[in-house]
Design a protein around this ligand. Structure first.
Ligand SMILES: *Cc1c(COP(=O)(O)O)cnc(C)c1O
Length: 380
């Protein structure tokens, strides 16, 4: 863990606001994932935090990558420069899945050059892929239950189970190759039954496709959604992994390749925000602190990710429920209406937030002229 003392030194050296990335923690998360899900290759979902240094550390640790745009594809593709020509094709399949079921024509044209692996979930997309990216490999994204997830992802993506095999056969008829199935149970899924149900549904569709004559599927992508330990209510990863392993071993023979797309699980606990108090006021009898980072910046996950972050002071003192505001003039820029903080904090004092590595800096803006927090990498 990066200590308060180190964070204080970093703030002194670099100023605030800071977004600190702990690379030891990235490596620990990757190792935990592999330890408990040994059959599952981890494709880090780059959108959770697309910082090239994070990609590099996870790459070195052995990760593959889930990308959902050409800029994300290129961040990962950087590493191919070092490969002998002969290995490049295998490398792309082994290291990248383009997991956005809707792709622009121009994107498909580019992906075709790389003969990439791409997801799809509708008939229109088959026509597009046939025209612009016939050399790509396809993975059908299924719609599955997202019950109890913090962020729901199934209303926008995923083929209805009743349509799935028709979509596979249609792609086959168009001369495309469907390599397998994928799904996403919803981000920060603490309801582990979502995974169990989704794996069972995928097994049914494998079986139905075989029954209807399509035998080329050999890949199952169990998506993202693995929860970060934001609080004590999140059950340990080992408990979830045990359930997943049991279903995979029961339903999928060893020659089916299993992959997953963890985003949040890899980076959430590796990111720390350090901000500075720039103002202090009492409004309607409540103590309010104004800090130099907010919901348009590192705390954007409050809006986009439905996530709550706790703030911690570096000083001790009598505590009280306070409001913490971001620096912009927008009344939406509220980090928390109820943080227990010492009342004796002053202008210039620092606050920190842990577990803020996922869907935070990734969606930071320049709103109101305030630049995103400076990223500092530690333990690289
Ligand atoms: C966002 C996303 C992920 C990552 O999800 P997490 O909940 O962060 O693990 C994985 N796959 C797809 C297709 C996504 O859209």
């Amino acid at each position: 863990m990066v200590t308060k003392k180190v964070l204080q030194q970093l703030a002194k050296k670099h100023g605030t606001p800071l977004f600190v990335v702990d690379h030891d923690e990235l490596r620990r998360n990757y190792a935990t994932f592999r330890k408990y899900l040994p059959r599952v290759q981890a494709y880090y979902a780059v959108k959770a935090n697309p910082d090239a240094e994070i990609v590099k550390t996870l790459y070195k640790a052995g990760a593959s990558f889930d990308v959902a745009s050409m800029p994300e594809f290129k961040i990962v593709h950087e590493y191919i420069k070092h490969m002998p020509a002969k290995q490049r094709q295998a490398w792309i399949w082994d290291k990248i899945i383009y997991a956005n079921p809707i792709k622009a024509n121009e994107t498909l044209r580019e992906l075709d050059q790389y003969k990439a692996l791409v997801t799809y979930d509708n008939f229109e997309e088959i026509k597009k892929i046939k025209q612009y990216a016939p050399r790509t490999g396809l993975v059908l994204r299924l719609k599955v239950a997202n019950t109890g997830a913090m962020v729901e992802l199934s209303s926008k993506c995923g083929a209805a189970p009743g349509e799935a095999v028709d979509l596979i056969l249609e792609a086959d008829k168009a001369g495309l190759v469907v390599e397998g199935l994928s799904f996403h149970v919803g981000s920060q899924t603490t309801n582990f039954e979502n995974f169990v149900q989704a794996i069972n549904l995928a097994a049914d569709i494998f079986k139905e496709a075989k029954g209807r004559g399509y035998k080329k599927m050999n890949l199952l992508d169990i998506g993202g959604g693995f929860p970060a330990p934001y609080d004590a209510s999140v059950k340990p990863f080992s408990v979830l992994a045990k359930k997943i392993n049991a279903e995979l071993d029961r339903l999928f023979p060893k020659d089916v390749q299993i992959l997953a797309e963890p985003g949040r699980f890899m980076v959430a606990t590796a990111g720390i925000s350090v901000s500075k108090i720039i103002g202090k006021a009492v409004r309607d009898g409540k103590l309010c602190y104004y800090v130099d980072d907010g919901v348009y910046h590192t705390f954007s996950g409050i809006i986009f990710d439905h996530c709550h972050y706790h703030m911690e002071a570096f000083k001790n003192g009598q505590k009280q429920i306070c409001t913490v505001f971001g620096p912009t003039c927008d009344a939406l820029d509220v980090i928390s209406m109820s943080e227990e903080l010492p009342t004796n904090l002053e202008r210039g004092d620092l606050l920190l937030s842990r577990n803020i590595g996922a869907y935070s800096a990734a969606s930071s803006t320049w709103f109101n002229g305030f630049p995103p927090a400076k990223t500092i990498h530690v333990n690289r």
